[in-house]
Ligand binder design. Structure first.
Ligand code: URA
Length: 434
């Protein structure tokens, strides 16, 4: 088999066979196929597309390029969720304890943040002592005992994706549905869950700008998941503003705790109810979405969901009491209130812009290896559609110094637009695909 023939076949609109896809992925992972040939193939796929069978073969071949998690020692239904990335997205911190309190097992591998989006691991490290790199044995033992563990990716999961994603990033071939689906699903399938729910974001702060694009991606992801024998569902959600009010690691943990305590409602809780209901029904733990919502509501009301978070923190070398009393979590020395210069209705909040402000305050990584300040970030006081008076606080900048807060003030101000007439709040959950 020759890679040049496979490139020409795809360029001319042909379908690659299972063997051809395996030859290409395994050869590329071993370094036998050069980047220039793989780039040409990615571009051919971008223009010609792939049928479902090809996308499934590509996904499976990528999944088998490295380790595959064996969760068979964990009893019960194992669930996972994936978000295509957003600003202020602390969903896992709320959702995972909620569904674990309802009897689903969460054995999750998460990542760190890069650039303007945060990562669950960084957020969890806001709990003093929290250990994201426990052994595989402890991981399995913790999930069997408390129903929940979230760790960093230790195993060599999908090396093909690390190589391919880096190549796509510099060859203009990221926005191809077959390549995105295989990239995301190879990692999710390798992580071993029985039930996978995808949160596909759309809007200015997201990868998919329109609802149609987001739906096409969501359908592709769930189709491949099902063809691979997993239970799969998806939600399409709005990313035209940050999720919740907090952007920044420890600030987001505190917001997640407030939601689990039942103190805060809004888009973050709505999203966790929606994804959680899908997990419980797809996993066979609830008969209907309505029953599932009742179970999740009770898990929050009774304190069982918050207790699950405390159990996980305690089991991973932190102190469970930090969930009930957050005074030991990182706290920035400066809280600078950014006031509105005029009155009006909030008509735009640039999610990516707010994420960048948090990053420049020190809360996000500029390179893969840079350190971060867990205490800094932005707390929004107003969301889309809210009315603000002149002189009223729009957002609070949590910073390491007064100077650093002031340096970011203008950038943060530019993230907000105000209108004289009332603004309709956009529907947050745009679609649920089962
Ligand atoms: N996220 C991924 O993991 N892969 C893609 O290709 C795009 C987004």
């Amino acid at each position: 088999m020759r890679m040049t023939d496979l490139i020409a076949k795809k360029r001319d609109g042909g379908e690659l066979s299972t063997e051809e896809i395996s030859f290409m992925i395994q050869g590329y992972t071993r370094g036998e196929i050069p980047d220039y040939q793989m780039s040409a193939m990615c571009m051919a796929i971008l223009f010609r597309g792939m049928c479902d069978r090809e996308i499934l073969d590509l996904t499976m071949s990528m999944m088998h390029s490295g380790d595959v998690m064996d969760l068979s020692a964990i009893e019960g239904i194992k669930a996972d969720k994936h978000s295509t990335g957003g600003v202020g997205d602390k969903t896992s911190l709320v959702l995972c304890p909620m569904v674990a309190a309802c009897g689903v097992k969460i054995a999750k591998m998460s990542g760190r943040g890069l650039g303007h989006t945060g990562g669950t691991l960084d957020k969890l490290e806001s709990f003093p002592g929290f250990n994201i790199s426990i052994s595989d044995e402890r991981f399995v033992e913790n999930v069997n005992r408390c129903g929940i563990s979230i760790i960093g990716q230790t195993a060599d999961i999908v090396p093909a994706d690390k190589l391919l994603y880096a190549l796509r990033d510099v060859t203009g071939t990221v926005p191809s549905i077959p390549l995105i689906v295989s990239s995301i699903m190879s990692k999710k399938l390798a992580s071993g869950a029985d039930v996978i729910v995808l949160d596909v974001k759309c809007g200015s702060g997201a990868f998919m700008k329109t609802e149609d694009e987001a739906e096409e991606l969501a359908r592709g992801l769930t189709r491949v998941g099902r063809l691979a024998g997993r239970k799969c569902a998806a939600v399409i959600t709005d990313m035209d503003q940050p999720l919740g009010n907090a952007v920044g690691n420890a600030l987001e943990v505190k917001e997640a705790i407030a939601v689990l305590k039942g103190e805060e409602k809004g888009d973050l809780l709505d999203l966790c109810m929606s994804i959680g209901s899908l997990i419980l029904t797809e996993g066979g733990l609830a008969e209907s979405l309505e029953d599932a919502e009742k179970m999740l509501t009770e898990a929050v009301r009774s304190g069982a969901a918050l207790k699950k978070l405390a159990e996980m923190v305690e089991a991973q070398d932190g102190c469970g009491n930090d969930v009930y009393d957050t005074s030991r979590l990182p706290q920035a020395p400066v809280q600078y209130a950014m006031k509105s210069e005029r009155a009006g209705y909030i008509s735009r909040i640039d999610a990516e812009g707010v994420g960048l402000v948090s990053m420049h305050l020190g809360g996000g990584r500029i390179t893969k290896d840079s350190g971060i300040d867990l205490s800094v970030g932005v707390l929004l006081n107003k969301k889309l559609g809210d009315y603000v008076e002149a002189g009223e606080t729009l957002a609070i900048i949590h910073a390491a110094s007064e100077e650093s807060a002031k340096q970011q003030e203008e950038s943060l101000r530019a993230c907000f637009n105000l209108s004289d007439s009332p603004v309709q709040r956009p529907a947050f959950i745009k679609a649920v695909l089962r």
